[in-house]
Ligand binder design. Structure first.
Ligand code: SF4
Ligand code: SF4
Length: 324
């Protein structure tokens, strides 16, 4: 229950908690005390980071990029060769005859047309169960085509920021809920799926399958905003798809688990994460238990798992108990 409440609070834009010593488990307090006595020097931290870099192969990032490209290519191949394997686009599709409907698109359609058709319900339930099993926001980082191009644009932003050419401007994360409500109301009032028109996920998916259109200018503008003004702004502060799948992820068995035992607390994981608030638990003094599941806003992208020099972050499937 605590996981669900805390995840919902973070999804809604709440700040991560800073627990008092007496709230933390005894084993956690003991481990923090031991670490204080053997605090690593800056040079030792740098050495650990370098050693990890020399062996790290970005395993999860490579797997994720390959999966994302393969899923999106499957749509393209099915369309071009008319093989009826994965028909439609990411918003609504049929996988070997099974109806699939993106949860947020389905909500928009139902609100706009005030009418629920059976295929839409079947598609929505299928997709809900799928992402419940696979990790909720796994959709964002493992399937959404905008996530991939925004990730590449983010590298450019970080390079420009390092050269002090651009600066990252952050916003209050609560604005994401305001956008969610706004898109719901717009669909309800206008009878038109307004969000679908401007969603870079749908635009890119359709452009890949049916060919480029003028809507790609909007996607380019979004990317330019993220490169020159605010890092990953669309996914962090606007996209309602992320919120929807974040809620699905509350109940998903696929999570990233943090173990505080050997953590150096230097924060390399938070630097690479699109939703760093879920990693605040890695800050010294923040963990309540030795093992903590990261909140459901985590996209399960695996970047933190790849970058962590102490193997303190790992994918787990609840109930199986083993690291993936
Ligand atoms: S969990 Fe984060 S802070 Fe801790 S060692 Fe790994 S990368 Fe560093
Ligand atoms: S916590 Fe890790 S797996 Fe989750 S979104 Fe951040 S970097 Fe990705």
């Amino acid at each position: 229950m605590g996981y669900i409440v805390e995840s919902l609070r973070l999804l809604a834009g709440g700040a991560p908690r800073k627990p008092e010593k007496h709230h933390r488990h005894d084993a956690v307090n003991e481990r923090y005390a031991e670490k204080r006595k053997t605090r690593l020097t800056k040079a030792a931290l740098e050495a650990a980071r370098d050693e990890h870099k020399s062996t790290c192969c970005n395993k999860w990032q490579r797997r994720r990029w390959a999966t994302l490209i393969a899923v999106n290519l499957l749509f393209v191949v099915s369309y071009y060769f008319d093989v009826q394997l994965l028909e439609g686009a990411l918003t609504a599709s049929r996988f070997v005859g099974f109806h699939m409907a993106d949860l947020n698109s389905a909500l928009q359609v139902m609100l706009a047309f005030k009418h629920v058709v059976l295929n839409l319900i079947i598609g929505t339930v299928t997709v809900f169960v799928l992402w419940l099993l696979l990790g909720g926001r796994t959709f964002c980082s493992w399937v959404c085509p905008y996530h991939l191009v925004a990730e590449w644009a983010e590298y450019l932003h970080l390079w420009l920021a390092k050269k002090k050419i651009v600066k990252d401007h952050t916003f209050n994360r609560k604005v994401r809920i305001l956008f969610y409500v706004l898109f719901v109301l717009l669909a309800l009032v206008t009878g038109y799926t307004v969000f679908e028109t401007i969603s870079p996920t749908g635009i890119l998916s359709r452009a890949l399958i049916y060919g480029p259109g003028v809507a790609l200018i909007w996607v380019a503008l979004l990317l330019a905003f993220e490169i020159f003004y605010s890092r990953r702004a669309w996914c962090r502060y606007v996209c309602p798809i992320g919120v929807t799948y974040g809620v699905v992820g509350l109940f998903s068995p696929v999570r990233v688990k943090y173990n505080m035992e050997n953590c150096h607390h230097e924060g390399d994981c938070r630097k690479v994460c699109m939703v760093p608030h879920v990693l605040d638990v890695t800050i010294r003094g923040r963990a309540l238990q030795v093992d903590s599941d990261l909140a459901s806003d985590c996209t399960r992208c695996g970047l933190c798992v790849d970058v962590c020099p102490t193997d303190s972050l790992n994918f787990v499937v609840k109930g199986i108990g083993k690291h993936l």
